[in-house]
Design a binder for this molecule. Structure first.
Ligand code: N01
Length: 532
C-alpha cells in the first residue's frame, strides 16, 4: 500500500501535546500524520534520561484529565514522578489510544510552507517525506532545543560529554569517574546529587546560584492516591482556575504586612511541605522587591544552615535576582551534596571557563581534569524548536523574520500571516509558567473546538488578525512588566542565548485568567481571528 501524502492535519511532535492533539483530531473525523524527531513518544521525557530526572509537579497533577478511565486506571508510585515512570505513562497512552499508527518516528520536519492558492501547507522532512495538509499543528515543546555553549576546544575533550537533555539511552558508566557538571538550573540541581553518589568526584561549574526548595519526594500513599481519584473533578477544576495549573494553595496575603512570627511560620510550613507551593506563601513576593527579599533571605538562611563551609554556602546563595523570577528549582539533597568530600564548587562567574581542553574545562585559574562532562546548560526555550523549522506563511514570509525581534502571537495559538498554523503552548501563552498538562489540554481542546467550528461554519482557513495580535502582545508585555520577572537574566527572556532578543515570552497572568480569555474569544465567534 502506498503511503498517503495528503492529510487534514500534520502534527509535529509526539510529546504529551502532540499525542493528545492526534487523539482529538481523530475524534473529529480528521486524517492526521504526526512526525517526531525522537525514536518514541514522550517528548521531553523521551530525551531527558539523565540520572535523577524527575518532574517537579506532583504526579497526580502531572497527567491527562481528558479520559476518566485513564486517570482511574493509572497508578503513580511516587509524589513526584521519575522520568522512567512518566515515559511508561506516555507509552501506555500511545498504546491505549492506538496513537502510533499515525506517527512517524526519527523523522524531523525541516520545512513547512503555506501554499495560498491551494490553502494548504506543504510539509517536508529530513527523511524525504513530502506531504500536504490543511492544518499544521506544532507540538514541538518549549524546552526541546538543547544548547551547549560554544566553549572553544570542546571537540578536543578526550572524555565523554553529554547534555542532560540528550542523555544516552544506554547506561552511562560513572562509577570511579571524575565528572564535571556545567550549569545549575533545574537539570543541574537534579543531576548533581545523584552523580555525587555514583561518581568518584564531581566538580560543579556554577555561573549563577539558584534558589531551590526541597521536593521531599516520597512513595505515594495508596489512601492519598485513592482520595485524589475520588476527588479528581474538584482538584482538576481548582488546577484549571489557578495561577500555575497546580492545586497547591496560593495565599493572597502580604509578606510585608505579616509579623516576623507569621512570616517565619508560613515559610517554615511551606518549606516542610516542599515543592512549588513554597512560592505561594505571600502574593506580593512576585511583584514587590522588599517582600521578595524576605522570602529570598529565608532560603539563604536554609543554605547557611545546611552547607557546612560558609564560603561554599555564600557561593551557593543567590543574590543577583529575586526568588521566583527564574524558573524555581526543587531538589533532593542539593545543598547537602556540597558537604560531601567528593564534590567541589567552582565559581565561573569569577573565573569563567575559557576553553575545554583534552583533559577537561580550563578556567583562568586551573584546568580541571575529568573523565565526563555533563552539560546542564539549558535550551533555546519557547522559540528554538519552532524556528529550527523553515516555516513560511502567506506570500512566502518567513517565520524567522517575523519573529526576529521576538515571537509575536495571538494568544500563543496563532501568528498573523500564517493561516491554519497552530502552536500548542506557544510563546504568549502561560506554557512554561504552568503545569504543562493543564496548558496542553486547554490548548488542544481549544484548537479542536476551533476546527469543529470552522467545519460547521463552512470555512476552511483561519488566521490571527494582526491588530488582535498587537493588542495581545502589548497585554503580555504589560503583565510581565508589572512583575519582578524582567529583573532576572532568565531563559523566559531569552537571556541565555547570545543574540536572542530580550522579550518576556510567556503570558504571566495565570492559567485561569488565560483560559477565560480564550473561552470568551471563542464564544464571541473567534474574535480577533479571520475566517474564510
Ligand atoms: O537549563 P537552565 P535546565 N557557562 O537554562 C548555565 C525545565 N526542567 O536544563 O544561570 C557557565 O535553567 C546557566 O547559568 P546562568 C525547567 O523549566 C524541569 O537546568 O545562565 N554556565 C544555568 O545555570 C527548567 O527551568 C525539570 O548563569 C552556563 C544552566 O547552565 C528548564 O527545563 C527538570 C553557561 C542552565 O540552566 C531548563 O532547565 C529539568 C556558560 N557558558 C528541567 N551557559 C523538572 O521538572 C549556561 N550555563 C524537575
Amino acid at each position: 500500500m502506498t503511503e498517503a501524502t495528503s492529510f487534514d492535519a500534520v502534527v509535529i511532535g509526539a510529546g504529551f501535546s502532540g499525542m493528545y492533539m492526534l487523539h482529538r483530531l481523530r475524534g473529529l473525523g480528521l486524517t492526521a500524520r504526526l512526525y517526531e524527531a525522537g525514536g518514541g513518544v514522550g517528548g521531553t521525557w523521551y530525551w531527558n534520561r539523565y540520572p535523577g530526572a524527575r518532574c517537579d509537579v506532583e504526579s497526580v497533577e502531572y497527567c491527562y484529565s481528558f479520559s476518566e478511565e485513564l486517570q482511574r486506571d493509572w497508578d503513580w508510585t511516587e509524589r513526584y514522578p521519575s522520568q522512567p515512570e512518566i515515559l511508561r505513562y506516555a507509552e501506555h497512552v500511545a498504546d491505549r489510544f492506538d496513537l502510533r499508527r499515525d506517527m512517524r518516528f526519527r523523522t524531523r520536519v525541516t520545512r513547512a510552507a503555506y501554499d495560498e492558492a491551494a490553502a494548504r501547507w506543504r510539509v517536508e522532512t529530513d527523511r524525504g517525506d513530502r506531504v500536504t495538509a490543511r492544518f499544521v499543528i506544532t507540538a514541538v515543546g518549549c524546552l526541546s532545543d538543547a544548547r551547549i555553549p560554544g566553549f572553544p576546544g570542546a571537540e578536543s575533550f578526550r572524555g565523554e560529554s553529554y547534555h542532560t537533555g540528550r542523555w544516552p539511552h544506554e547506561e552511562v558508566e560513572l562509577a570511579g569517574k571524575r565528572v564535571a557538571v556545567i550549569g545549575t538550573g533545574s537539570s543541574g540541581i537534579q543531576v548533581i546529587p545523584v552523580l555525587a553518589e555514583l561518581a568518584a568526584e564531581v566538580t560543579v561549574f556554577q555561573r549563577t546560584p539558584n534558589y531551590t526548595i526541597p521536593a521531599w519526594n516520597r512513595p505515594l500513599q495508596p489512601e492519598y492516591a485513592r482520595w485524589v481519584k475520588d476527588n479528581y473533578a474538584d482538584i482538576r477544576r481548582r488546577m484549571r482556575d489557578s495561577l500555575f495549573g497546580i492545586a497547591a494553595s496560593f495565599n493572597t496575603g502580604s509578606a510585608l504586612e505579616a509579623s516576623e512570627q507569621e512570616l517565619r511560620e508560613e515559610l517554615e510550613a511551606r518549606w516542610a511541605h516542599g515543592g512549588p507551593g513554597f512560592l505561594g506563601a505571600f502574593a506580593d513576593t512576585a511583584v514587590d522587591p522588599r517582600a521578595n527579599e524576605l522570602v529570598a533571605e529565608f532560603v539563604r538562611e536554609k543554605i547557611r544552615q545546611t552547607v557546612e563551609d560558609p564560603r561554599v554556602a555564600e557561593l551557593l546563595s543567590p543574590r543577583d535576582h529575586p526568588i521566583g523570577t527564574k524558573r524555581p528549582c526543587f531538589d533532593t539533597d542539593y545543598y547537602a551534596t556540597f558537604n560531601r568530600p567528593n564534590v567541589r564548587l567552582v565559581d565561573v562567574r569569577r573565573t569563567p571557563i575559557e576553553e575545554i581542553t583534552a583533559a577537561g574545562p580550563r578556567t583562568a585559574e586551573a584546568t580541571y581534569e575529568v573523565d565526563v562532562i555533563v552539560y546542564a546548560t539549558g535550551y533555546d526555550a519557547l522559540t528554538g524548536a519552532l524556528l529550527a523549522i523553515d516555516v513560511t506563511g502567506a506570500g512566502g514570509a518567513a517565520l524567522r523574520e517575523k519573529w526576529a525581534a521576538g515571537p509575536r502571537t495571538y494568544l500563543g495559538l496563532m501568528t498573523a500571516g500564517f493561516p491554519n498554523l497552530f502552536t500548542i503552548t506557544g510563546p504568549g501563552s502561560p506554557s512554561v509558567l504552568s503545569n504543562m498538562f493543564v496548558s496542553i489540554e486547554q490548548h488542544v481542546d481549544w484548537i479542536a473546538d476551533c476546527l469543529r467550528h470552522l467545519a460547521e461554519s463552512g470555512a476552511t482557513v483561519i488566521e490571527a488578525d494582526a491588530d488582535a495580535e498587537d493588542a495581545w502582545m502589548r497585554h503580555v508585555g504589560e503583565i510581565a512588566a508589572a512583575t519582578l520577572f524582567p529583573r532576572a537574566n532568565s531563559w523566559y527572556l531569552g537571556a541565555n542565548i547570545p543574540g536572542k532578543p530580550r522579550v518576556f515570552m510567556p503570558y504571566a497572568g495565570g492559567v485561569g485568567t488565560y483560559r477565560a480569555a480564550c473561552d470568551e474569544i471563542a464564544a464571541k465567534g473567534y474574535e480577533g481571528f479571520v475566517m474564510s
